[in-house]
Write a protein that binds this ligand. Structure first.
Ligand SMILES: Nc1ncnc2c1ncn2[C@@H]1O[C@H](COP(=O)(O)OP(=O)(O)O)[C@@H](O)[C@H]1O
Ligand SMILES: [Mg+2]
Length: 138
């Protein structure tokens, strides 16, 4: 798929459809600048996986865990890592190895060698219009 241009509603619809097709175990790397829409997409995917709890950005813990429908959803955010070594103790490989886990990772590049091999990679980027982003699934 090439890059598509999405407003926030289209991004959410993409996330819902993506979740529907996702089969755990999966590791989804979601890359893009601050404000590109990574957390917005995580929220939509988590909803699509049956998570009813409110999904907030991991800060101190760096990882949030949610129960979906027959799936455990991990939301990892590397934004606050000062170095990849700080991700060493998060147990990311164990999460990724769980049979029923979907691991959604913001700022995957900040995890360095601790980033599990992604099954999917999504890039979000700004466009020249404030309410639109480009979305690319690799
Ligand atoms: N097309 C769009 N897709 C996603 N977010 C958008 C879009 N247009 C505007 N926004 C806004 O951009 C912000 C994205 O924030 P967020 O999802 O937290 O980004 P990130 O996690 O990448 O830092 C939100 O305030 C959202 O309302
Ligand atoms: Mg975010």
């Amino acid at each position: 798929m090439g890059a598509r241009r999405v407003d926030e509603a289209a991004l959410a619809a993409f996330g819902a459809g993506f979740a529907r097709d996702l089969r755990p175990p999966a590791v989804v790397a979601i890359a893009g600048e601050l404000g590109a829409g990574k957390t917005t997409l995580v929220r939509a995917i988590a909803r699509g996986l049956g998570v009813t709890q409110s999904v907030t950005s991991p800060t101190f813990a760096l990882v949030h865990r949610y129960d979906g429908e027959g799936v455990t959803v991990y939301h990892v955010d590397g934004y606050r890592l000062r170095s990849p070594a700080e991700a060493a103790d998060l147990g990311l490989d164990e999460m990724a190895a769980e049979r029923n886990a979907v691991v959604l990772v913001e700022w995957p590049e900040r995890l360095g060698e601790w980033m599990p091999t992604p099954t999917h990679t999504i890039h979000l980027a700004y466009t020249d219009e404030p309410d639109f982003r480009t979305l690319e699934l690799a």
